[in-house]
Design a binder for this molecule. Sequence first.
Ligand code: C2E
Ligand code: MG
Ligand code: MG
Length: 695
Amino acid sequence: MTADSDSSLYRQIVENTSFGLLLTDLDGNILYANPRQCEASGYAVDELIGRNTRLFRSEKTPIELYRQLWATIAAGGIWHGEMINRRKNGDLVNEYIRISPVRDGEGGIVGYLAIKEEHFARDANSELAGRLSTMDALTGLPNRDSLLSQLGEIISNSHASRRGFALLLIDIDRFHRLNEKLGQIGADHILLEIVSRLAEGIRADDLAARVGGDEFALVLRSINAETLCAEMASRVVNALAKPFHVDGQDCQLTVSIGIARYPTDGRNAESLLRTAYVALEDSKRAGGGQYCFYVRKNGSGTNGGNDLTNELRDVVLSNQLRLHFQPQLSLLSGEIVGVEALVRWQHPERGLIPPNAFIPIAEESGVIIAIGEWVLAEACRQMKAWHDAGLAQIRIAVNLSARHFHLATLPDTVADVLASTGLAARFLELELTESAMMHDAAKAVRTVDRLKQLGVRISLDDFGTGYSSLAYLSRFAIDRLKVDQSFIRDITSNPVNASITTATIAMAHKLAKVVIAEGVETEAQMHFLRRHDCDEMQGFLFSKALPADELEIVLRKGHRLNFDLATANSDQPALLLVDDEPSILNALRRLFRRAGYRVLTANGGAEALELLAVNPVQIIISDQRMPEMSGVEFLSRVKDLYPQTVRMVLSGYSELSAVTDAINRGAIWKYINKPWDDDALLQEVRNAFHMIRSP
Ligand code: C2E
Ligand code: MG
Ligand code: MG
């Protein structure tokens, strides 16, 4: 066949195929349409050439779909999907379309080819018709019905995983005014922009829906802790507070958010949505531009949250706030190097209320600013008084809420407080959270810089619980990272959290930042952190937060951390024996003691991990069959936590397959048959020590 006959063959195929074909340029202007396409759309071919494919659009296809389409093909991808288009005579036609880029000889994209197949729009069972009934036409998000049915599913998953979740209802304040001002098209633009800002802020498995004209819903899967919900809600409030640009004009809006949490606020989809609406109402009543949690109404019909809110309003004036101080200690010298000021509310009837019970409410209502200013001034005053009394020259750390941090006047306030109390700036440290820095990073960087110019220190609180990376945070002039307690809690037994912490320490040191561990409760945690070069710690191991007079005593007495190890004598080779059988443990202990080893013993994996955190150990011999944790499991964790150790397992013949598998993974160096031969075992251990000394 010749080239000519080839091309006439192609032409025949193209002209007679039962698919509609369209060739366009890069902007969607039609270069070619085949007869089937003309027939399907009702236009003659010369009515199509040179026109834009927008010609076929009906308002029935979600705008989001067009966005996806253009994003896909402009990036060189192939898009396929369904659309409802309009014929020349106005009828709707349901089409399945596949669009691919057309490339020139060098591979550059020069246009697009669309292949279309008609579906019958009146077919009530059409997949698209079905999907459109669950989808919001403007935004492409699930609509209210779809949200309700998906909530049902999320509730059953939540049961299975035993993790709660939260529903946030977001309503635009005074949306009708925007509608009047911008017209419907302008208002639609804003709605679409809102969707993309929401999409930026949520995690991949969260769910967004449009449940009314100006109402959106967010489902935060597996999050229902109050602080995390509050953090998310304030991110949404902030993200939507930035100006919108529509038709050359700037406009601003605020939103109100109602938060309902599963399972406490509702046990099924409808009741959860209802309680979220109640919370939304509360938020609107409080003036909009904020979020409210659902609070169960009590008998008298008042909202408990609002009670607290009302009382909080004059908490500062009525002199009911108290500061407690928790020591921060150097892991090098063991000395107290600072204290963190933690606020409490001395309520006349309810007693001492912890901050987590009122700070979120104070943030909602804005009272947090007054509280924050009081805390700042009181903390600086107290520290200056201690300095003047001749106590150690240590620093004071003060927590700043995100809302306070974003207040333009904050640096001036800080400067005023320092001037009026006379505390030198270098003794003040401000604790910020990641969420405070996430919103409007450029502005946040400037604020941090302005604070640093005053000479105060900045630390990043609860590090690791937010969404940002250390790389992102390196843009900020932060002095100190506070590794969150959730990582410290199981640091001696959970290799993942241990690695996160040790990697954080290493990276922070590279970036010349100091690392402090929060919530250190045990000696084992302290020694582990110390051995991994963590600089400082804070936690109940040394002291909880104390009232000023009690802390003063601690400072006067010069209390400090004690790093002494009861068993320490690290010159002697140390061996850890793990077995749940006391008689075996005793026999092994005697054997190795006689041979001159320093011996530690534990009756199970958990106890052994605690010992390992505190003591330098070179060799570990563990029984395989133990009730709480098998020897293989224990030694696998040890491999991740302390890779330099030599690990051996004592096992009976029947457990051999699990053990050989662990040997292959490198978790275990040797296995020793039970019952063992004393001389052979001693020889193995000598070999092991030899191996460590001359690797
Ligand atoms: P945070 O800043 O991360 O403070 C540490 C919290 O952990 C404190 O709780 C402290 O008592 C507690 N903690 C310290 N060591 C241990 C430990 O070893 N084990 C355990 N389980 N907990 C430990 P607290 O005082 O209840 O404060 C809770 C949160 O309230 C603070 O978390 C902070 O986010 C906020 N907060 C406290 N005071 C203020 C304040 O003045 N302003 C602002 N904006 N927030 C504050
Ligand atoms: Mg803190
Ligand atoms: Mg913290």
